[in-house]
Structure formats: C-alpha cells, structure tokens
Design a protein around this ligand. Structure first.
Ligand SMILES: CC(C)(COP(=O)(O)OP(=O)(O)OC[C@H]1O[C@@H](n2cnc3c(N)ncnc32)[C@H](O)[C@@H]1OP(=O)(O)O)[C@@H](O)C(=O)NCCC(=O)NCCS
Length: 395
C-alpha cells in the first residue's frame, strides 16, 4: 500500500461518481460491514458521495443522506452519514476523518448545519467534532406484559394509508430532538432492504388516526415466533393501551414482543404504564451529532420559549472567525452575533451534545466539555429542557 496521501473524490451527487469507483466502493462496504440488506442505488441517487482513492483504487468512502430532523420543536435541514468505511489495508491513517470532514463541509455549504450518524466507533468521530447525541436499545417484553390493559375508545384500523401514518409520525416527531422527517424515497429504500413483509395497524379517534404500529413476525426456533414492532408512534397513554390490547391478542403462538433498536425512545413510556416490568434489553450503538455550521444550527433550532438568554460562547477547536459567538434567545428563537467576551468556553463536541439535549449544561460542565457559572448553567439547562433525544431510524 502506497504511503502517499489519498486523493479525495467528491463529495458530489451520486450520479457524479464513476460506475467503476462506485462498484469498488460497493464491494468495500460488503467487506467492511458484511452482507448489507440495503439497495445501495437508492442512497447513491439521493445522497452525496465522497470517496478516498489511493493509486486509483477506492480505499474509503461515505454517503451523506439529506433529510430533516427536529430540534427544540423546529425542523432543521440535516444529513445522516451512512456506510463510512476504510479498506482494512488503509486503516489507521485518518482516512475516514478526511472523508467525513469533506462531507460535513460540503453539507454546511449546501445549507445543512447539522450532521448525524450511528456508530460503534465514537472515538473516530469525536476527534472531528461529533459527540454522542443519544442511545438506542433493543427490547423484548413477554406478551403477558401487555395483557389486562384498560379498554379504550379507539378504533383499530388495519392497513392505514401511508399518508395518515406519515401525518401521525410527523406530529409525534416534533416532541423529540433528532426525530427524522423521512424523505419520500425512505420507505422504498427500507422495503428494498427486506422490510416489505410488515403489516400496519392504526388507532383512530372519531375517524382520525392518532397512532400506529408496523409489525412483522420473527421466526423462533424450534417453533413459534416473536412479534417484532418495526415502527411505532403511540404518543399517549390511550394509544399505548390500545396497542397493548392489540399486541396481546395478535396471535397465540407469539411469546414475546420485540422492539428492535431505535423503535422505542431510550426511556419508553411503557415504563410508566405496564403493571409488570419484565423487559430484556440489549444495547445498540449510539448516534452522534456535529454542528457543521454553528451559527446556522443555533438559529435553526427551537429553544424553550420560557427562557430568554444571552450566552457569550468561546467555541474551542474552530477557526478564529467562529470562536467568539453570542447566542441571544428570545421567545424560543435564537439569533447569533459575532464576537462577545467568550464567558462560556465550550468544546465543539460539548456544544453538539447540549444542542441535541443529550447532555445538560451542568453535566457537560462536570465532564469538562464547557465552563460556566451557576446562573449560566441553569439558564442553559432550561433552554433545552422539554425535548429528549430520540432517533428511531437507522441508516
Ligand atoms: C471505523 C473505520 C471507518 C475507521 O477508519 P480509519 O480511516 O482507519 O480511521 P482512523 O485512521 O482514525 O483509525 C481509527 C482507529 O482504528 C485503529 N486501527 C484500526 N485498524 C488499524 C490498522 N490496520 N492499522 C492501524 N490502526 C488501525 C487506529 O489506530 C485508530 O485507533 P484510535 O481511534 O484509538 O486512534 C474503519 O475501521 C472501518 O471501516 N471499520 C469497519 C466499518 C465501520 O465500522 N464503519 C464505521 C461505521 S460509522
């Protein structure tokens, strides 16, 4: 393997990458991730591709998928990085850092001030300004856990329309930080990746859909199956009770209900509703966030309307022009001015975790990610209060 620096190709819309380089990248993803249940052509068509080339060979790459996420109740144009990989023979040379940084810069220039990714290697991204924004966990509940739920006045609707489910999902998403607005091609992409054997049930009040669940059967050995809930938006106790009734009566062979990683928020509402807690969980890896355009990100997010604040930030590890910023928040809306006294030194990754609502300012200060006096910490804690992080979609 050459010791020369790799050439970075892109980022460019997928169609700009030659078929030969694309084929090499597709082969590399198979090597790095094993067989992937994913139609790669869909993200290629809709995403931004960046490749690292050494001696004409693709030795690394990533795809950025443009979408929108909610932060503080507002919709922020963002992107998710997918299939970041470096060829085994080229690892340890910070090639992935170059690829993701090139992508992040291009995304900021294209008006996407925030970038997310799921990763099992947070250290690699932390060096480039990303920080953990949330966790995901897969959980099994015994089917008995859902028995005896109080009856509700909701009507069960088999196969609700995609539009009605989308409306429910988007209403629910506004309550969370990071919840995605799926682009139009998302469902086709997921279905091409093997999620086409699902059935959906909606819950309606007076003809309006107020929640839904998408299910599939997962075979168990030696016999029987688990019910897997692949997508769930049940925003209140009534909908969760209706869901519980439906799950418990769904099939006599199902012994457990499986919620794969991300389907439930990190602290699911079931914790406060189910009479018996017999869940069994497994950890997935976290998702991380980077503010690629700090000013744009701080102004795009919603803030608690109950708190007016002025924060004079000194953001570490950024260009001098971006270092001193003053964030003024009034009526839930942020405005960033250049300069200020830099009273709150904050690391780029500390800013990302606080922005996501993953870390309170007080906790970030204990972790040495920022420094502020008690009044400023209380104010920062209140500014992001209200929404917790939840990213249900894997990419
Ligand atoms: C994660 C991955 C993208 C990192 O790529 P990379 O270009 O090698 O990144 P780096 O050069 O920053 O190295 C990352 C770490 O791997 C170590 N490493 C792994 N294999 C190595 C090798 N063969 N030689 C030297 N170092 C190696 C590095 O020392 C470094 O450790 P550190 O973080 O403690 O400093 C790459 O390992 C990979 O493709 N893994 C499989 C796919 C994957 O998991 N992708 C991430 C999904 S988000």
């Amino acid at each position: 393997m050459s010791s020369a620096e790799p050439r970075i190709a892109g980022p460019e819309p997928g169609s700009g990458v030659s078929d030969g380089h694309w084929a090499q990248y597709a082969e590399l993803t198979g090597r790095c991730f094993g067989p992937i249940d994913m139609d790669l052509e869909i993200p290629r068509r809709h995403g931004l591709v960046c490749l690292a080339l050494l001696d004409g060979q693709v030795v690394g790459g990533a795809i950025a998928l443009p979408f929108h996420q909610h932060f503080g109740g507002r919709v922020v144009p963002t992107a998710g990085l997918s299939l970041v990989c470096t060829a085994p023979q080229a690892r340890g040379r910070r090639i992935s850092a170059r690829v993701v940084t090139e992508l992040a810069t291009a995304l900021a220039a294209d008006g996407m001030p925030v970038v997310s990714l799921w990763t099992a290697t947070p250290g690699v991204y932390r060096r480039c300004g990303w920080e953990v924004a949330g966790n995901a966990r897969g959980t099994w509940y015994p089917i008995d856990a859902f028995r005896d739920a109080p009856a509700t006045d909701l009507t069960l609707v088999p196969d609700p329309s995609p539009e009605a489910m989308r409306a429910v999902r988007e209403r629910d998403a506004a309550r969370w930080n990071g919840a995605l607005l799926r682009p139009g091609w998302w469902t086709a992409w997921k279905q091409a990746g093997g999620e086409d054997d699902t059935v959906s049930y909606g819950f309606a009040a007076g003809g309006d859909l107020v929640g839904y669940a998408t299910l599939r059967c997962e075979t168990r050995r030696p016999w029987g199956y688990d019910l897997a809930v692949r997508d769930l938006h049940a925003p209140d106790a009534r909908t969760l009770q209706a869901l519980s009734g439906m799950l418990s009566e769904h099939g006599a062979q199902a012994e457990r209900v499986h919620f794969p990683p991300g389907v439930l928020p990190p602290d699911p509402d079931f914790t406060w509703l189910l009479p018996r807690h017999r869940a069994e969980s497994y950890d997935w890896y976290p998702w991380m966030l980077r503010l690629t355009d700090i000013r744009g990100a701080l102004e795009a997010r919603g803030w608690s309307p109950a708190v007016d604040a002025e924060l004079e930030l000194a953001v570490e590890s950024r260009s001098e022009a971006d270092r001193l910023l003053t964030l003024v928040v009034t009526g839930g809306q942020g405005k960033v001015h250049d300069g200020g006294r830099g009273l709150i030194p904050i690391t780029e990754r500390g800013l990302a975790a606080w922005y996501a609502g993953a870390l309170s300012a007080s906790r970030a200060s204990r972790l040495c990610l920022l420094r502020a006096d008690t009044t400023a910490l209380q104010s920062m804690d209140a500014m992001t209060g209200g929404q917790e992080p939840w990213l249900a979609d894997l990419f």
